[in-house]
Design a protein around this ligand. Structure first.
Ligand code: NAP
Length: 231
């Protein structure tokens, strides 16, 4: 039986390339995005294959998460990949932070991956691989922060790291591996045109890592090249 991955934010950027590479490798991909009707590239990709199902999901909507989990109640999910994320406003310097914008970044980058894990834990536990992967960032590494700034984004990805660390402890008894990733500086709408890593290369790195992942790796913070990063 084909293995199954559920991806959030599958319509563009790294999420779209994750969808492509897992589908190319004969996985069943449950590709979720906010607006399937506007997700032209994802729809075109799904039209050329029979192993991509598209679902509507705004990860900042708890009820929508619950509804999707109920709809997929009997579907074992080998990998839940919390990819969706936002950067927030470009100006996040000291003196420029805005509480509403900050909470919105926290909601999408921290609360949503946790709500996804809570909603889909049974489906993940019922699968063969039992992995929950979440897209963090090197910018969320406290140890690596030597340039300051970016308060909203940095704090959200640092908090996501702590969420994943607790998941790795709380879900170990159920054989679930929880990891957080750094995708490189990736040429997407978020990363911008100067970014050094192509989304397809980042996605291919994650495919290779996830293919070989074992429970011993739970709680790790890894780059798309498989290198462990400091928290
Ligand atoms: P991107 O091109 O801006 O794509 C972001 C994706 O997240 C889009 O599919 C977007 O959907 C989705 N999204 C945002 N809010 C959502 C919500 N509330 N519900 C559902 N989907 C939502 O960014 P990317 O570079 O591919 O980033 C993917 C992940 O990698 C993010 O978590 C990001 O923080 C992380 N990351 C990226 C870089 C980089 O250099 N690019 C570096 C480190 C970490 P819409 O189209 O509906 O907005």
């Amino acid at each position: 039986m084909a293995e199954t991955i559920l991806i959030t934010g599958a319509n563009r950027g790294i999420g779209l390339e994750l969808t492509r590479i897992f589908a190319d490798n004969n996985w069943k991909v449950l590709a979720s995005c906010r607006k399937p009707d506007a997700a032209e590239e994802l729809s075109n990709l799904a039209d050329t294959r029979n192993n991509i199902d598209i679902f509507s999901l705004d990860v900042s909507d708890d009820n929508a998460i619950t509804r999707l989990a109920q709809g997929l109640e009997n579907e074992p999910i080998d990998i839940l990949f919390n990819n969706a994320g936002i950067f927030g406003p470009r100006d996040q310097d000291f003196g420029a932070t805005n509480s509403g914008e900050w909470l919105s970044v926290m909601r999408t980058n921290v609360v949503a991956p946790m709500k996804m894990a809570e909603a889909f834990v049974e489906q993940v536990a019922a699968s063969q691989r039992r992995i929950i992967a979440s897209m963090g960032s090197m910018m969320g590494s406290v140890a690596d922060n030597s340039s300051g700034g970016y308060y909203l984004y940095r704090s959200s990805k640092a908090a996501l790291g702590m969420v994943v660390k607790s998941l790795s402890i709380d879900l170990a008894d159920r054989g679930i591996t929880a990891v957080v990733f750094h995708p490189g500086w990736v040429r997407t709408d978020m990363g911008g045109p100067q970014a050094t890593t192509l989304p397809a290369d980042s996605a291919a790195g994650f495919y290779n890592i996830l293919e070989k992942m074992t429970i011993e790796q739970t709680g790790q913070f890894l780059t798309f090249e498989g290198k462990e990063l400091p928290w």
